[in-house]
Design a protein around this ligand. Structure first.
Ligand code: F3S
Length: 389
């Protein structure tokens, strides 16, 4: 990879230890993927923020790194293992809280924004079409590439942090237009209410490493958020292109090698497959973090209803969305905990619950693995019915 004079100086350690380490990481990544140069990024989004997922080794890495590192571009942090204000209410122990606080302090000292959300694009950091960014959270990268038209690879936590510190990333993968062209086509014929996450789940499984063009994908922005999150969890590609039939898309279809389709019966079968049990310890909504519209819609549905109280309920969102709809949050709080900074997957729920129901296709991948849960998929509507009467 070609480095300019300033980049060479950083690599030689003339700007300090952490800058050198960050540059070494980017250069190694660039060499592996055949990048020719580094390109500036507008923002970074860093994963690896929960003590549950990074452990003591992660704390040490971040504390060492933070001694002389500062971010050069806007950078934010993914969800933590707890809500920094409501961790006791969640049932988190003080040892976990103490470890988590060291991670928070390390990121803060490097200048990362304390968003602690997988939806930075709903919390003030919304990249524009064509902007290069270095984001790590898989659900956010797929939304940024596919819905917003920004350009990012699915970074790892360390490479996103390195990009934030240097302000650049190696130019390869989805930073190059030639790699943003669909290689396969999936026709979708109608998605039943609430099953967009399962459509994403199936598309990810079918597409694997190939960037798909999805024809007939008529979704709201919140449904795109849930669809892409699930797709990136079951598949290895961080982007889809879509045609909802409403406008000329100009999508290059010259490299499509395979066509297939998904219909509503495939989605109903998937829902049946992921149905799990009928009783739960926890109902968790907000993967990815709920938008303002989602909070408002749920509050509207629950107004005038009473909590059933059969299990715990978590509504996960970002601090920004939480503060935008105080009245709706008050309504949701009658039915469960409205949590910020965290989520059902990166919080230590395995210490508290065994059976969790969620409306998220991504959570169906990670609840059984990272969360050690017996997972049940239900639509948002059926979960709201189940927790209220
Ligand atoms: Fe976000 Fe956690 Fe889901 S990071 S996308 S809520 S697994």
């Amino acid at each position: 990879m070609h480095l300019n004079h300033d980049e060479e100086r950083v690599l030689a350690g003339e700007e300090g230890h952490s800058q050198r380490k960050a540059m070494e990481l980017l250069v190694a990544l660039g060499d592996i993927y055949g990048a020719e140069r580094l390109i500036p990024v507008k923002s970074a989004q860093v994963s690896g923020a929960s003590f549950k997922t990074i452990g003591d080794a992660g704390i040490k890495f971040l504390e060492d790194f933070s001694e002389d590192a500062k971010v050069k571009v806007r950078a934010s942090v993914n969800p933590l293992g707890l809500d920094l204000r409501r961790w006791k209410l969640m049932g988190i122990d003080s040892e976990f809280h103490a470890k988590q606080s060291r991670i928070v302090a390390a990121y803060a000292s490097m200048g990362l924004e304390p968003l602690y959300s997988c939806t930075p694009y709903l919390a003030g950091n919304r990249p524009r079409k064509g902007q290069h960014i270095a984001w790590a959270e898989s659900s956010a990268t797929v939304f940024a590439n596919s819905y917003l038209g920004a350009m990012t690879n699915r970074e790892g936590g360390p490479s996103a942090l390195a990009a934030a510190i240097i302000g650049k990333t190696p130019e390869y993968g989805l930073h190059l237009n030639k790699n943003r062209v669909p290689r396969m086509q999936i026709d979708i014929d109608g998605i039943p209410e609430g099953l967009a996450p399962l459509a994403g789940h199936l598309v990810g499984r079918i597409a694997g490493k190939r960037l798909p063009l999805i024809k007939g994908l008529r979704l709201s922005v919140d449904e795109h958020k849930a669809f892409g999150a699930a797709m990136a969890a079951t598949g290895a590609v961080s982007m889809y292109t879509f045609d909802d039939g409403t406008k000329r898309t100009g999508i290059d279809t010259s490299q499509i090698e395979e066509k297939t389709s998904i219909d509503s019966s495939d989605l109903r079968n998937a829902a049946e497959e992921m149905k799990g049990g009928e009783t739960w310890d926890l109902v968790a909504i907000g993967c990815p973090h709920c938008s303002t519209d989602e909070i408002r819609r749920m509050a509207k549905f629950l107004t005038g209803r009473k909590p059933r109280g059969a299990c715990d309920v978590w509504f996960c969102t970002s601090r920004q969305v939480y503060s935008k709809c105080p009245q709706e949050v008050t309504i949701l709080k009658r039915f469960g905990k409205v949590l910020c900074d965290t989520c059902m997957v990166v919080a230590p729920i395995e210490k508290m619950y065994r059976r969790t129901a969620s409306d998220s296709g991504k959570a169906m991948v990670y609840l059984p693995t990272l969360g050690k849960q017996r997972a049940s998929f239900r639509t948002t509507g059926s979960l709201l019915e189940a927790i209220s009467r």
